[in-house]
Structures are given as structure tokens and as C-alpha cells.
Design a protein around this ligand. Sequence first.
Ligand SMILES: [Zn+2]
Length: 460
Amino acid sequence: MDEAPGTVDLLVRDAVLVATVDDARRELDGGWVAIDAGLVSAVGGSGSAPPAARRVLHADNCLVTPGLVNTHHHIYQNLTRSYRPAVNGSLFEWLTTLYPRWSLIDEEAVYLSAWVGLAELALGGCTTTTDHLYVHPQGAGDLITAEIRAAQELGMRFHPTRGSMSLSEKDGGLPPDSVVQDDDEILAESERLVAAHHDPSWGAMVRIGLAPCSPFSVTPRLMRATAELAERLDVRLHTHLAEDPDEDTYAERAFGRRTVEHFEEVGWCSDRSWVAHCIYPSGGEVARLGAAGVGVAHCPSSNMVIGGGGMAPVAELRAAGSPVGIGCDGSASADAASLWMEARAALLLGRLRRGPQGMGARDALEIATRGSAGCLGRDGELGVLAPGAVGDLVCWPMEGVAFAGALSDPLEAWLRCGPVTARHTVVAGVPVVEDGRLTVAGEEDRLARHRAAARRVQGL
Ligand SMILES: [Zn+2]
């Protein structure tokens, strides 16, 4: 059969509203999105005719947004969710309780945790996620490649980071010797993974970043050498920063300066870096991080679970120039990985901090899309529905009892009502979730194997 000229791969049509989050922040009533060769080819509203398509997805009653982008996670921690001996400790106590459990992970456990974790993210409307895997037990195998395999099977866009720890208990650090590596081994392994997997091209499905666990879990020499390696390989840098007040006490003792000052001293304060949490920077530090263009992964559920009243200064960081994205974090967070829930938590926390003008649903959507794209160095490519951007989007059903009466502002209703999960999650023009279900088979098999792996790691 002959095809009409201009026929595209996929058309998503009949949305209640398409929130493009484009440069003009256009919101298109009755909108549609056309995707061809993995990229958005056109968007339009009810007044414009969509192109012919080989495949059509219906978005009736749906808000359509760009795919949400997760900028901070430790997916392997879904093997120890809500681990009873650790749930009520401080962050440092939580870590020292769990390191011996995590020392038991291997390629099989990491593959399964990634498959399940990425599936959970896709069902919740995420299309691109990073991962920060910093536990590499001796002899555990190639854990990063194992999780990339899971992402490729599911069709998710993936930015795993090669995490690292080089200071163990004997050096005054928190983790046991069995899960740390020496600096040269970490650097060699980082370079090997970038050569094997990193794709710098527009629309790439896999990119690698380099990610010492935190400035206090590796040597200053490794922080500097990692920044130099990232510069040479042109990849991004990620770490935890200013997550807990204990950090400044530790940094003062170990390095003689505040944790953000140490971050600057070791050559990380640049727009190549994005950091997780950033709850406790001083006003001057916010200004310096913003001026340098350091990105921040805001993890609102994690802020609340860690507790103590600390809330990341999101509005101040954005005003200072930092791209601020959303992150669900690992089990230090709410043990759930729904970016809808994180966007809602960001909305609520923003208003708790700064009053009703402090944050709206449009701000939260912008953080979860454009802001996250900025953290990953992919402005204009991810997190926006505009011609040339990646064909990643989510159809959110705004129907049923949870949305009854929400008629005047679908975007605000998206985060104020709910809970809601994705009807369709599309990555590079291909549905990963369709009608609320994964399109790839194997969910029950992976869950059964994940349960066995989790029991082994937890010693049950
Ligand atoms: Zn984290």
C-alpha cells in the first residue's frame, strides 16, 4: 500500500491538553504530537490537522507532557526497601547498617533491580533516568553493563553513572573495605565503561557519567582525577552534596573546610556537574553554585524522609542560575520511584517553604522536564515537546473519581488530584507502557527472581 508523503511513525492525538514545556511554554488544547525516526516532528492543537501516521495512540481524557526525567536514583537499593534494621536511623546510621547487605550484590541482582526499577519508573511516567551505582564489591562483575542490558530490554533512555568509593572504615570513611576500590582501579573502570557504552550523539539512548559517591567517601585526589577524566572524555559528573548537616562536621574535620568549599576546591564547581540534594548550602554557596551552572537534583521525598526540617532551596538555586531537576533517589527516599509523586512532593514542599506563590504545578513540571534535561546536559533535546527534541512523552489519564470536577486547569489538576500513573509512556517514539501496562513481556519472571535476590541480599 502506498503511503502518503509525510507519514510519520507515531501520532499521539486527541489529548485534553498538550503541555509542550517548549521555549514559549505553549499549552495546546485538543493537542497532538507527531514522532518520526525517534524525534518529535510536529506538535499542534485542535485547530491544526495532524499528519498521517503508521501508528496512532489515543490520548482521550489525557494531559500529555514530555517524558519526565529522573536525575538521581540508586536503583539497586530496591533490593533492600524499607529494611527494618535501618528505617529509623540517621542517614549515616542507615548507610553503615546497609553497606554489609549491599556488599552481596552481583550482576544478576543488579540486572533484576534495574529491570524492576526501570519498569516502575516507566509506569510512573519517566522516560529517561540516571542511576548512581556506587557499590562495586570485589568480584561482583560488570554491574553497570548488567543494568544497561535491562534498560535496553525495556526501551528506556538511560544515564547510568559509574559511582565509586575509595575511603573505607580504616581510612575514617563509612563503608567496609569489601565495597571500596582504589583510585586507579576506579579511574580505569570508568574509562572502560565510557568507551564501551557512552553515546554522545543527539537522541542517544545511553550515556555514562562519572560519580564518586560523595566528596567524603573518596579521596580528594580521586575527586580531582575524576573531574579531569570527565573533561577529557567529555562526560558529566555527579555526586551527593550537602545532603545532611553531619557532612559539614565531617568535612570540617577531614578537610578543614565546608563540604561545598571542598567540592569547589577539588575542581567540580562547573556546568559539567550536577549534584544530588543540595539541602544545606549557605546563601553565598547558592550564588557560587548557580553562577557556575552546577545542576541540582531535587529529591523532595528524600528531604522529608531524612528529616530534620531541611528542604533544598529550590527557588533560590534556580534564581541563581542552577538547572534544578527532579530525583526520586533510592531507598533513602520514600522507597517509591514515581516521578509524578516526586513532582507533587516538590509542589507541596515548595509551598510549605515559601507560601502559595512558592511553587505551582507548572514550576514542578518544568523542574521534572526542562530542569532535569539541564542537569544531564541535554537542553532542548530532552524534557520538551518541540520539533527536533526526542520523541519521549507521557499520556496521563485525567479521569475517574480522582479527577471529577477538575475542569478548568488540567495542568494544575495533574498534581493536585490523583494519584495517577501513565496510560502511555513513549520513548523515542516507541511505547514502553501502553494502556497502563509494560509492552515488554517478563514482568512476573523478573519479580520472582528479584524477590529471591532481595532475600539473599537481606539475609532472609
Ligand atoms: Zn542518593
